[in-house]
Design a protein around this ligand. Structure first.
Ligand SMILES: C[S@@+](CC[C@H](N)C(=O)[O-])C[C@H]1O[C@@H](n2cnc3c(N)ncnc32)[C@H](O)[C@@H]1O
Length: 503
């Protein structure tokens, strides 16, 4: 995952170090020491990346929530912010790979390395093997940071281990750690897991899902590689609120509302600041558009987003229902996320929004039976389809999460099927492709609905999606649901099932 954008540019010198770092840190006075005696300050971009890794480890923080305010506070901008972001996020994504390399290079088990020192080694390894920072700069800058944050002894250790890491190329290391994980050469999953830096249970789940969705298991490596790449920034033009030419970028591939940016700061776009547009993965846009486009007879004026926080899909749905003269109810169980939904809906006309409320979506089916024409169930899930977007999440999730979440998913889908009127449509959506959260949940919910006397039939979501997408969508096999993939469609691995209530 190397990226030579960061090796030489107008703001960072060829060693990946910020130009004018001393001035940025207020260290502009001339020293009376000889240059060789001066202790250099640490590079702000590397320091902020280290602080993000520590926050993720110590306080269970999310890197994508911690980093932006730190960059703002420390006035790290432009290419330096890009360098810090790639360093922090890339290190977190590839942590499994680097840990296997560090263990070999250090000649000791990871649990015998202090956690902050291990984070420094991970950062140094990513600069050496993932970012094309020249080796002497990667080592000396990381050693300087180690001296400042962990002491002289730790700095010596970091120096020795990073020199050992830098003695082999990435390809050489991948052979070493792959052979270590799969010595008898009969477990390609174990090899892929360490080389492509995913927990083994995740790799197994992804493989099963590829096959269960009519794709070849041979695509697995490409999928894992795609998970390790930073996603492109994609904007959504909320229909009726913004002109296409206001957003720029290139048109989307699967969603006609999407604009893909080459770079730059989306916060600088006026329509994003005032809520007429948003930052949203193309897959997320497509599933909302598909719910709106699913064929349906009868009234089409009251829509429900059952699990709405933080509100990306609710804002798109509200814009779409408004075009039909209808209105949206947005429901979310966590009060602070309900406030985020209100914020996301701020640019929508008041009469497009019936209510934004805090409540348990599992109760809506009994509290308001048959009350809605279209219902979105964007269920809480493991997020295994959005690993590129949430750099640390793959290391936080556990197989036991699947059981807890899939129980909740079944209940939410059951509630939605009761809340939609006969003839109405439900979209079941997850940003996980895991079969336990997708196909199996739908199967069980249909069985439970039948028992409760609710008739349901599948809608051909593939036909709906094909009718919406600006370009042909690769969907093999003969299922009626849709599974998107980062390595095929360039989107998060979103799942979509469309169901019509018949009685
Ligand atoms: C995948 S997120 C939804 C993302 C949202 N649709 C969007 O596009 O911004 C799932 C949401 O479901 C909420 N949730 C979890 N349990 C719920 C429940 N029992 N009832 C309603 N919402 C729930 C979570 O708090 C979370 O905000």
């Amino acid at each position: 995952m190397s990226d030579d954008r960061f090796s030489a540019d107008d703001r960072r010198n060829p060693e990946g170090r910020q130009r004018g770092a001393a001035r940025a840190e207020g260290r502009t006075e001339r020293s009376t020491q000889a240059p060789g005696e001066r202790r250099r300050g640490t590079d702000p971009a590397r320091t902020v990346a280290f602080d993000v890794l520590r926050a993720v480890a110590e306080s269970d923080s999310y890197a994508n929530l911690v980093l932006p305010p730190l960059l703002r506070e420390r006035a790290i901008r432009g290419r330096d912010a890009g360098f810090a972001t790639e360093l922090a996020y890339g290190t977190l994504r590839l942590r499994g790979r680097y840990d296997a390399i560090i263990e070999q290079a250090a000649g000791r088990a990871l649990d015998r390395i202090d956690p902050p020192v291990l984070d420094l080694l991970r950062l140094g390894s990513h600069q050496l093997l993932g970012m094309r920072v020249p080796p002497h700069a990667a080592v000396s800058e990381t050693v300087g940071l180690a001296r400042q944050r962990a002491g002289a002894g730790a700095a010596q250790f970091v120096n020795a281990v990073l020199r050992a890491v830098g003695r082999s190329t990435l390809d050489e290391w991948l052979t070493v750690i792959g052979d270590g994980a799969d010595p008898s050469e009969d477990d390609p999953i174990a090899r892929l897991a360490v080389v492509e830096s995913h927990p083994e249970w995740v790799v197994r789940g992804l493989r099963e899902s590829l096959v269960g969705n009519g794709r070849s298991a041979d695509e697995l490596e490409a999928l894992l590689v795609a998970d390790n790449a930073a996603p492109r920034v994609t904007l959504v033009a909320r229909p009726g609120l913004v002109d296409d030419d206001e957003l720029g970028g290139t048109p989307g591939v699967v969603a006609p509302t999407a604009h893909i940016l080459d770079g730059g700061d989306p916060a600088a776009v006026g329509a994003i600041r005032d809520g007429r547009a948003g930052v949203q993965d193309e897959g997320s846009q497509l599933v909302a558009l598909a719910l709106a486009a699913a064929p349906m007879d009868g009234p089409d004026e009251r829509w429900l987003d059952l699990c709405a926080g933080p509100g990306g899909k609710a804002a798109l749905l509200a814009a779409l229902v408004d075009e039909r003269g209808g209105r949206l109810v947005a429901n979310e169980v966590q009060p602070h996320r309900t406030r985020l939904v209100e914020q996301a809906l701020r640019a929508l006309p008041a009469d497009a929004i019936e209510d934004v409320r805090t409540g348990d979506g599992r109760r809506v089916g009994t509290d308001e039976p048959g009350a809605y024409d279209r219902v979105m169930v964007d269920a809480p899930c493991t997020g295994l389809g959005a690993l590129r977007r949430r750099p640390e999440s793959r290391w936080r999730r556990h197989p036991t999460d699947l059981a807890a979440l899939s129980g909740l998913q079944r209940e939410l889908l059951g509630s939605a099927l009761a809340a939609v009127r006969p003839g109405g449509v439900v979209a079941y959506v997850t940003c996980s492709p895991h079969l336990a959260e997708t196909q199996l949940v739908v199967k069980d919910a249909l069985r439970a609905a039948a028992k409760a006397g609710i008739g349901v039939e599948p809608i051909d979501a593939r036909a709906v999606v094909t009718g919406i997408a600006p370009q042909p969508v690769d969907l093999p096999g003969n299922r009626t649901d849709v599974q998107l993939w980062p390595h095929v469609h360039g989107t998060d691995a979103m799942h979509l099932t469309l169901l019509r209530r018949t009685s």
